[in-house]
Design a protein around this ligand. Structure first.
Ligand code: FE
Length: 212
């Protein structure tokens, strides 16, 4: 089997949010899709290791914030490369509560769902949600997963359903963010970047970059 064929599937980039007992939380997912139109239902696939998974289980609700090509890539770093157990992910993110769930303002739209069913796989839970609210925000085109990889130069978190381990093989001898995997490829040599340079994806400082 050639796993690279999976790269030809099309996806978006979403913040899947929910809430624990105290605060909103969420993670990044690319595996989300509309299943039926009436009633409108959405399926999302969330890794068992993601804090968001158990929080959706308890709250019975989740929201998708659909990131656009204009959305700050730092949102992906904020939600995709750290755990909501340790960090209040929404603390620095502009958001609006919808049906009790935080949705990201810097997105091209949001959809709120109540969980109506789920399916377990060995690594992920597929939650099926009936849509209870949704609206369009920015008019910018939705960010595709291909745009994230090719233009933003982002990588897949290891918990992503579509993570391919051999992504790392292409990073030899490039300055790479050790937090999110972003590979620097600007015109200015990395060593000559100002000290306050930060990773455009996860907003970590220059000293988090390693050459590999
Ligand atoms: Fe980074």
């Amino acid at each position: 089997m050639n796993k690279n064929v999976f790269r030809n599937l099309s996806y978006g980039v979403y913040v899947i949010s929910t809430a624990d007992e105290e605060r909103p939380t969420g993670c990044i997912a690319n595996s989300a899709m509309q299943i039926t139109s009436s009633p409108a239902t959405i399926a999302v696939s969330i890794n068992h290791d993601n804090y968001t998974n158990s929080c959706i289980e308890k709250s019975g609700k989740f929201a998708l914030s659909i990131l656009s090509e204009q959305s700050d890539p730092g949102i992906i770093g904020q939600f995709g490369f750290q755990s909501g157990k340790d960090v209040d992910k929404f603390a620095s993110i502009r958001h609006t509560m919808k049906e009790g769930i935080a949705t990201v303002d810097d997105s091209c739209g949001y959809i709120v769902c109540k969980v109506i069913d789920k399916m377990e796989t060995s690594t992920h839970t597929v939650f099926l949600g009936e849509v209870i609210d949704g609206d369009i925000r920015e008019s910018a085109p939705a960010m595709t997963y291909a745009y994230y990889h090719n233009v933003v130069k982002g990588k897949s978190p290891k918990n992503a359903p579509t993570y391919l381990p051999d992504e790392d093989e292409t990073t030899s001898a490039k300055w790479t963010c050790s937090i999110c995997g972003y590979i620097y490829d600007g015109d200015i040599p990395f060593e000559e970047l100002p000290d306050d340079y930060i990773c455009p994806v996860c907003r970590q400082p220059k000293d988090k970059f390693v050459q590999k």
